[in-house]
Design a protein around this ligand. Structure first.
Ligand SMILES: *Cc1c(COP(=O)(O)O)cnc(C)c1O
Length: 362
């Protein structure tokens, strides 16, 4: 499908490279344009790049009432040659369709999703923040627009992509170890539910849990399965831990765990990392014992925004605390962070097809 470019006038557009002097935060800023495409009469139509601005939709739009809405998250990186590259967008595109299938939405051609993102980045490339560790955060999302009040799947949808010029997630590359609240009270997902989808409702359902975590001085919740036996996720990140022998372990993907592209990348990079990375079902009881005994020496979360978020300690609902290793960022965590960011930044060669140039077309 041919993309229609309806661009801002030259005088309303950024004309110079964005060189922020201050911290621009994460997810706050927007670029000049967005990508839109609509689903009506059983097909996706009118792919277009338009000025960023408010969307009009009827107050009865079903996304607003029943939360039929999904999203993705990715980053674009600038290499030292000045060219912008994306990382494994094919994985985001297929996960978008997985999420869509979970909440009964029509699928979107995966190449079309990638083309849409590249077209938008190309148009707004001057918005790439010239700052250490900065990126263009990419947020594609789909929501139900049919004006209809009763619970069923919508007949109409909009696919939108916006870009957010964002600073380094951790200032000074300083991934400080965080604390997680091990919660037996809150659960992110249940078997048979929507946990494997990036469906908007999952995240509104998680707000209470993360606000509670903060009252414990923790940044996020370590979610257990609904029987409180197994480790699932660390907030909106996959969880990992490292054993004394250097094996990295990620919980087995089930329908209550979101398949992180960061986790899957680290799993594929085991050889290049020089240590084993594998998936297991992990009993929280064993995990706690092994942290206490020193058998587990590092832990953390995997996700696009932070890449790796090391966890230094866990607090329980009775206020007990356990510390992982010495509570600081360990060498395996650092090695995973370094290799993955080096591949994303083009400083190291990764597997074929992971890093893709955003061509200059517009
Ligand atoms: C997005 C997300 C992740 C991380 O996935 P990445 O593809 O690595 O960004 C993990 N868990 C949840 C619940 C998520 O929403």
């Amino acid at each position: 499908m041919k993309i229609d470019y309806q661009l801002k006038n030259a005088e309303n557009r950024r004309t110079e490279q964005f060189e922020p002097k201050e911290d621009i935060g994460f997810g706050k800023l927007r670029t000049d344009h967005m990508f839109l495409m609509d689903y009506k009469d059983g097909q996706w139509v009118e792919p277009r790049v338009v000025p960023y601005g408010p969307l009009t939709m009827p107050p009865g739009a079903m996304a607003l009432h029943y939360g039929q809405s999904i999203f993705e998250g990715a980053k674009a990186y600038k290499h030292t040659d000045g060219e912008i590259h994306t990382f494994r967008l094919d994985m985001n595109a297929s996960r978008m369709n997985h999420s869509g299938s979970v909440v009964c939405m029509p699928s979107i051609d995966e190449q079309m999703q990638i083309d849409a993102i590249h077209a938008l980045i190309d148009v707004d490339r001057l918005w790439f923040p010239e700052q250490d560790g900065a990126c263009l955060y990419v947020r594609p999302f789909v929501f139900a627009t049919e004006d209809h009040i009763s619970v069923r799947s919508s007949k109409n949808y909009t696919f939108c992509v916006l870009l957010s010029p964002s600073g380094a997630y951790y200032k000074d590359g300083n991934n400080k170890a965080i604390r997680l609240l091990v919660s037996e009270q809150y659960h992110r997902a249940v078997s048979g539910g929507t946990g494997s989808a990036k469906a908007s409702g999952n995240y509104s359902a998680s707000l209470k849990a993360s606000e509670t975590a903060q009252t414990y001085g923790a940044s996020q919740v370590l979610y257990l399965d609904s029987t409180n036996q197994y480790i699932e996720e660390a907030g909106a990140m996959n969880h990992y831990h490292v054993r004394k022998d250097g094996t990295v372990i990620i919980p087995e993907f089930t329908d209550t765990i979101l398949k992180s592209i960061t986790s899957q990348s680290i799993l594929s990079l085991s050889n290049q990392l020089g240590f084993e990375v594998k998936q297991e079902t992990i009993k929280i009881k064993d995990f706690i014992e092994d942290v206490k005994s020193g058998e587990i020496i590092e832990a953390g979360g995997f996700g696009t925004a932070a890449v790796v978020s090391p966890v230094g300690s866990y607090i329980f609902e009775n206020n007990d605390v356990i510390t992982v290793g010495d509570g600081n960022v360990g060498k395996y965590t650092l090695a995973m962070y370094t290799l993955l960011t080096d591949i994303q930044m083009g400083r190291q060669q990764g597997p074929d097809g992971w890093v893709n140039l955003v061509e200059r077309k517009a």
